[in-house]
Write a protein that binds this ligand. Structure first.
Ligand code: ATP
Ligand code: MG
Length: 557
């Protein structure tokens, strides 16, 4: 599909200027630095599109994939693989630049030692509570730790002992010696190493001290010669610390940290930690549940990579936090599928139609090109026979004036086929309509009557004896609140009606050889994707997005 037009943004402007002044020898080196502690969500997609996008649009641009793996308890290989598969699926390629912060542990340790030698770091033996107490608050300056002025030699020895596993967790930290009275809390002697006697998925049991994010991140960027280190706004207050480490260590490369506003989407949450809760509590089917705002969920729901990329380009990159309408994402999904999805007819809530003037064994093969206004994208041959299914909603016993579908005595056009007139209907004991008796007019193939009589409505249908039975999952919003995190526990805002399962849908036989993950337009209904978890080929479809329903609009007034 057509890619969204590239718009300028403040980061593109910064890069253009840097290229002009040859600040980085014409290079643009970015990175996408996920922590492998869950699956990626659409917010990450924004960051991926931005970082890889900036690299791709510049001649000497590259983007690294760097796993920020410094919290071994929460991280594992399943997440690493899922992240790689999502980035790839989105259409980006890190080539041979797959990096891990853990690959730098030795270097980071040496940097830390260097800081100690420069008198800029010390081993502190306050426990966590005391450390918090000593740190002060926004209105109260911090107090220096009793260990702040220990000698360089003592600190080196203590830090070596930390590494050697001689101390228990929580008893010692290595801290940067910056400014306990800084108005920026991040500069009040932040911890840079803590003891954690846990196994790491890559380094095994080699380490029992692990570096903190702020220390790791800037140095990993520097080691990789990143030119522009792009992150979300909450790191703005960390930038002085980012710069402090690199300045103190006089690193050759000093990347520029640039912050942008994170993506928030209506009716959902955007944090791996919260999404993990949904998974752990079995409130969804898993990380790739089609209702999840994860990339894998959206993929399973039938969103294409192009539509997600276009959405990310469309929302732009700025400095102001906002919550984006879900409809904006859906609009991009529709735009793409409208161009690319194959069409089929599927009856979601079937109502049987008997055509009285068509013999039992007759089958008329019809081309989907038979349509006066809108020839189909690609031709299919669909069978037409005495028994059809139509949508329940396309018949009303007592239809109002503007209902241009079927009612007793009314005539409609069957898409690609003939005019159909309802002459009678049957109901059950509850008054539910169970069957329509109709006639068709063989003179009206393609939807025009030779006598010039007009019908206003066109409905879709399938031949009963040829149709396959499918299950269709209709999805609504996962949460009932625009901002589920605003008040109290976000789990209380789950939408109890976020899924409706229809078990007896009737779909035209051309679907037979369809592959998983293919998305179709079901005539007049919306876009539906064959479920990727459907191993038994049981024809399970997930609704990707609905079409706009004009009748629902009329009804609402
Ligand atoms: P989460 O809370 O979901 O775990 P995170 O920021 O902790 O988010 P990381 O794995 O550390 O997740 O993020 C990798 C990159 O993705 C970071 O550069 C981060 O800034 C970016 N990112 C995360 N969430 C968003 C978002 N909602 N919008 C834009 N970028 C995001
Ligand atoms: Mg995180």
């Amino acid at each position: 599909m057509t890619e969204e037009k590239v718009q300028s943004n403040f980061i593109r402007t910064i890069i253009a200027k840097d290229l002009e002044s040859e600040k980085h020898d014409g290079k643009v080196t970015t990175r996408f630095p996920p922590e492998p502690n869950g699956y990626l969500h659409i917010g990450h997609a924004k960051s991926i599109c931005l970082n890889f996008g900036l690299a791709n649009e510049n001649e000497k641009g590259t983007c690294n994939l760097r796993f920020d793996d410094t919290n071994p308890e929460k991280e594992n290989i399943e997440y690493i693989n899922a992240i790689k598969s999502d980035v790839e699926w989105l259409g980006f390629n890190w080539e041979d630049r797959e990096f891990y912060s853990s690959d730098y542990f030795e270097k980071l340790y040496n940097f830390a030692t260097q800081l100690i030698k420069n008198g800029k770091a010390y081993v502190c033996s306050l426990n966590a509570d005391d450390m918090r107490e000593y740190r002060g608050t926004l209105t109260k300056p911090g107090k220096p730790s009793p260990d702040r002025d220990k000698s360089i030699e003592d600190n080196i020895e203590l830090f070596e002992s930390m590494r050697a596993g001689e101390f228990e967790e929580g008893t010692h930290t290595l801290r940067a010696k910056i400014d306990m009275s800084s108005s920026n809390m991040n500069l009040r002697d932040p911890a840079i190493y803590r003891i954690k006697k846990v196994h790491h998925h890559r380094t095994g049991d080699k380490w029992c001290i692990y570096p903190m994010y702020d220390f790791t991140h800037c140095l990993s960027d520097s080691i990789e010669n990143i030119t522009h280190s792009i992150c979300t706004l909450e790191f703005e207050d960390h930038r002085p610390l980012y710069d402090w480490f690199l300045d103190e260590l006089k690193t050759e490369c000093h990347p520029q940290q640039i912050e942008f506003a994170r993506l928030n989407l209506e009716y959902t949450v955007m944090s791996k930690r919260k999404l993990m809760k949904l998974v752990e509590k079995n409130l969804v089917e898993g990380w790739n549940d089609p209702r999840m705002p994860t990339i894998s969920g959206m993929r399973r729901r039938g969103y294409s990579p192009a539509s997600i990329r276009n959405f990310c380009e469309r929302i732009g990159v700025g400095k102001k936090e906002s919550r984006i309408e879900f409809g904006m994402l859906e609009e991009k999904v529709r735009e793409d599928l409208n161009e690319n999805a194959k069409r089929v007819s599927c009856i979601l809530k079937p109502l049987k139609v008997i055509i009285e003037n068509l013999p039992e064994d007759e089958v008329i093969e019809l081309s989907t090109q038979n349509h006066p206004q809108k020839p189909e994208m690609g031709e299919r041959i669909v069978p037409f026979s005495r028994e059809l299914y139509i949508e329940r909603d396309d018949f009303m016993i007592d239809p109002p004036k503007k209902f241009f579908r079927l009612g007793p005595g009314k005539e409609v056009r069957l898409r690609f086929a003939f005019f159909l007139k309802c002459i009678d209907y049957k109901t059950d004991e509850n008054g539910e309509v169970t069957e329509l008796r109709c006639t068709y007019d063989p003179e009206t193939l393609g939807g025009k009557a030779p006598d010039g009589r007009k019908v206003k409505g066109t409905i879709h249908w399938v031949s009963a004896k040829h149709a396959l039975t499918a299950r269709v999952n209709l999805y609504g919003m996962l949460f009932s609140d625009i901002n589920p995190e605003e008040s109290g526990d976000f789990l209380e805002n789950l939408n109890p009606e976020s899924i409706e399962v229809l078990d007896d849908c009737k779909i035209e036989p051309s679907i037979k050889d369809a592959e998983k993950e293919t998305t179709y337009q079901f005539e007049r209904q919306g876009y539906f994707c064959i479920d990727s978890n459907d191993d038994a080929n049981g024809l399970i479809f997930n609704r990707t997005v609905s079409l706009r329903d004009t009748w629902a609009k009329i009804k609402k007034g």
